[in-house]
Write a protein that binds this ligand. Structure first.
Ligand SMILES: [Zn+2]
Length: 105
């Protein structure tokens, strides 16, 4: 993915059961091409009692979803967009919004 979706980005889900939902990116797994999104693709997990969950039992937790199932939401125009890139005058590579053309970093 290179400079694709990063932690703390806002994305919208474009396929699957959570289609249309927005969320904040909590984690990126580039090798697996998956993302963990806050509040998206919640799965129930059985926990043994430990220091965090004294009682154990079932908790709900975000499961990773495929990067191809989400689009970045532009921080400038608030629309789902494909990510473009450009090099600034100082040589820094930044991400741009293909909808409004603004830098989204
Ligand atoms: Zn935009």
């Amino acid at each position: 993915m290179g400079l694709g979706i990063k932690k703390e980005d806002t994305i919208v889900v474009i396929a699957g059961a959570d289609k249309g939902k927005r969320g904040r990116v909590l984690d990126v797994h580039p090798a697996k091409e998956r993302l963990v999104i806050e509040g998206i693709h919640m799965i129930k997990k059985h926990m043994k009692p430990n220091n965090t969950y004294k009682q154990g039992g079932i908790i709900e937790k975000e499961a990773p979803i495929r990067i191809s199932n989400v689009m970045l939401v532009c921080s400038k125009c608030d629309k789902p967009t494909r990510i473009g890139h450009k090099i600034l005058e100082n040589g820094v590579k930044v991400r741009t919004c293909n909808k409004c053309g603004e830098v989204t970093d």
